[in-house]
Design a protein around this ligand. Structure first.
Ligand SMILES: [Zn+2]
Length: 370
């Protein structure tokens, strides 16, 4: 079988390539906006696509609770239901074992969640996690894993990693094939040796791609990059590599330099709703008084509708007045910003100039006035 991922160019360890899915190719490095409830908040799917985004992440856990897998299946699958006819990756619910730890109980056979919507119980085994994602119609399915937070003891982290491995083997057996891709998830806590062991084990199960999970959960950036490097050292060069949950420019470029291909993060849309715009010079708060009579755009080089049509002063006014257009425009801008960052990174890798591109972008961030 032809591998789903192909590298087209390398520059150091950074690489650009393409992941082939049933709904089209994903150009890598790729950023995936998060559509938790089968929507990128406030944006029409066509607007998201026009920013240059190839693939969205949707949360199988949230969708299984509401509106339910069966309803989405009857609607013709997630693509038809949400009006996005391009690649979709679904996460399995593993992350919610951390983010919703107070309502999740883990045992060796799977996880039990209490619904925040109506208090009902949702039982997810590795087989059900894969089965639910396939029924939703996702192009890329994720194994059920057991991440831990930063600060967890090594013994607990080891236990969670071993459970992740047993679950990965069960997900591999449950994989329906039929053109869908299945990614494994490597864990290993915050010990480089355990990171390497886990990456080697998961890589050996021959998934279509491997994600590095359980990072960017509060640890220092140096630790995060060291753990990423340890993980990548044991991953196959022939398969896609996905860092789960990363969304700031400098960290994204740092991970791309280590050979990561895919990312997701809720940050661009969450920041947008709070009035923060992403720029090459860092975050710009449109709620600050400094924006009151600033008649320039968020980013003069950005082609998005917010930057072409509106001033910082107008956007600040919209936030002050509680107008929903503010959320829409800044969400559009922030996703455009990250889509363009990935586009520039791909071009720099192809041209062999990624290191200087990264240094230039990091320099602009560092030299920006605060
Ligand atoms: Zn813009």
């Amino acid at each position: 079988m032809t591998p789903a991922f192909a590298t087209e160019a390398m520059d150091g360890d950074a690489r650009t390539g393409s992941l082939t899915t049933a709904h089209g190719p994903v150009r890598t490095p790729a950023f995936m906006p998060v559509g938790t409830h089968a929507t990128v908040k406030a944006l029409h799917p066509d607007e998201v696509r026009a920013t240059g985004i190839d693939i969205l992440l949707c949360n199988a856990y949230h969708l299984a609770l509401r509106p339910g897998v069966e309803l989405i299946e009857r609607a013709g699958g997630l693509h038809a239901f949400m009006g996005w006819n391009h690649p979709i990756l679904t996460d399995s619910g593993g992350y919610q074992l951390v983010s919703l730890a107070e309502v999740a109980v883990v045992d060796d056979d799977g996880a039990t969640f209490v619904s925040p919507y109506d208090g009902s119980r949702l039982r997810v085994t590795p087989e059900e996690a894969v089965g639910n994602q396939a029924r939703l119609g996702a192009d890329v399915l994720m194994c059920l894993d057991h991440p831990v937070t930063h600060g967890t003891s090594d013994a607990i982290a080891r236990e969670a990693t071993e459970r992740t491995h047993r679950w990965a083997e069960r997900c591999r057996v449950a994989h329906p094939g039929d053109g869908r891709l299945l990614f494994g998830i490597a864990q290993g806590g915050f010990d480089p040796g355990a990171r390497r062991d886990s990456a080697r084990f998961i890589s050996g199960l021959d998934f279509d791609g491997v994600a590095i999970g359980g990072l960017s959960v509060g640890e220092p950036v140096d630790t995060m990059l060291a753990m990423t490097e340890a993980s990548v050292s044991e991953l196959s060069a022939e398969r896609a590599r996905y860092f789960m949950g990363l969304g700031t420019d400098s960290e994204l470029l740092g991970a791309i330099a280590l050979g990561i291909d895919m990312f997701d993060c809720v940050v661009p849309t969450r920041l947008a709703r709070n009035g923060s715009a992403l720029t090459p010079e860092g975050r710009l708060s449109l709620r600050n008084a400094a924006a009151r009579d600033d008649f320039g755009p968020i980013d003069p080089d950005c082609p998005c509708a917010a930057c072409v049509g509106f001033t910082r002063a107008y956007l600040r006014h919209l936030f002050q007045a509680g107008e929903i257009l503010a959320h829409r425009l800044v969400s559009l801008h922030n996703i455009t910003h990250l889509a363009r960052l990935m586009d520039s990174a791909r071009a720099a890798i192809r041209e062999g100039t990624f290191a200087s591109f990264r240094a230039d972008r990091d320099g602009r961030l560092r030299s920006a006035p605060r």
